[in-house]
Write a protein that binds this ligand. Structure first.
Ligand SMILES: [Zn+2]
Length: 103
């Protein structure tokens, strides 16, 4: 979570956040935009807003580790690969690899 600053206006029926205009890292930047872009506007003010800034990657803690099949070169979830003779092998290549194993 982090705090950003945006512009708020009173629509008459309640306060409304003007998301379309943007969000700023600092209150000063938001105020500067308001002064520069809408110098004649009234009833608009800078308001702090707390947003969830988590990156999509951070939301998924269960990201599967990927590995490449040593036989066909296709990338799979590591959990889907079998290790044969210290090489990662996918389920499609596994039968052939096992057939070629000595003994
Ligand atoms: Zn394979």
């Amino acid at each position: 979570m982090k705090t950003l600053y945006g512009l708020m206006t009173d629509t008459g029926s309640g306060n409304e956040f003007l998301y379309d205009l943007g969000l700023w890292e600092t209150e000063e930047a938001a105020a500067k935009y308001l002064n520069n872009e809408m110098p004649n506007s009234t009833g608009i003010w800078v308001e702090a807003i707390v947003v969830n800034d988590a990156l999509p990657n951070d939301l998924d803690d269960n990201t599967d580790e990927m590995a490449v099949c040593s036989q066909c070169g296709v990338e799979y979830n590591k959990a889907d690969l079998t290790t044969i003779n210290d090489e990662e092998v996918c389920i499609y290549c596994e039968p052939a690899v096992r057939q070629n194993m000595p003994g």
